[in-house]
Design a binder for this molecule. Structure first.
Ligand code: HEC
Length: 100
């Protein structure tokens, strides 16, 4: 009992210390987006290359989510994440466009 209270206090303080943006679903990131966005396959803006993402972010988050869902040039529809929700796409995009 005491132990579980201590664990939830520790968890709560961890959540307060978390970065300002929501942590994306890293399983989905690694399974899908990372395949192209880590190395910049076929002109994909590289993850954490803030300058490369700046022009993309200027389109607005809704437009970017739509690009992923519909596909864009070498990026296949859904970005290979068929089970990603709109919210997860937003978190993944925020993650990739932010400095590490
Ligand atoms: C098969 C390779 C591939 C995968 C997998 C992939 N992408 Fe991409 N992505 C690209 C390429 C290539 C571009 C650049 C397209 C262009 O502008 O010609 C791109 C561009 C983008 C853009 C910018 C779109 C715009 O309108 O400028 C976003 C946002 C994006 N990807 C998000 C994601 C997310 C989120 C995932 C994972 C769910 C993902 N991508 C998975 C290849 C990929």
């Amino acid at each position: 009992m005491i132990k579980s209270i201590a664990a939830s206090v520790a968890l709560a303080s961890f959540m307060v210390a978390a970065p300002a943006f929501a942590e994306p679903n890293m399983d989905k990131y690694n399974r899908a987006c990372a395949a192209c966005h880590v190395s910049g396959v076929a002109g994909a803006p590289k993850s954490h290359d803030v300058a490369a993402w700046e022009t993309r972010m200027a389109k607005g988050m809704d437009a970017l989510v739509a690009s992923v869902k519909n596909g864009l040039n070498a990026m296949p529809p859904t970005g290979l994440c068929a089970d990603c929700s709109d919210e997860e796409y937003q978190e993944l995009i925020t993650y990739m466009s932010s400095a590490k």
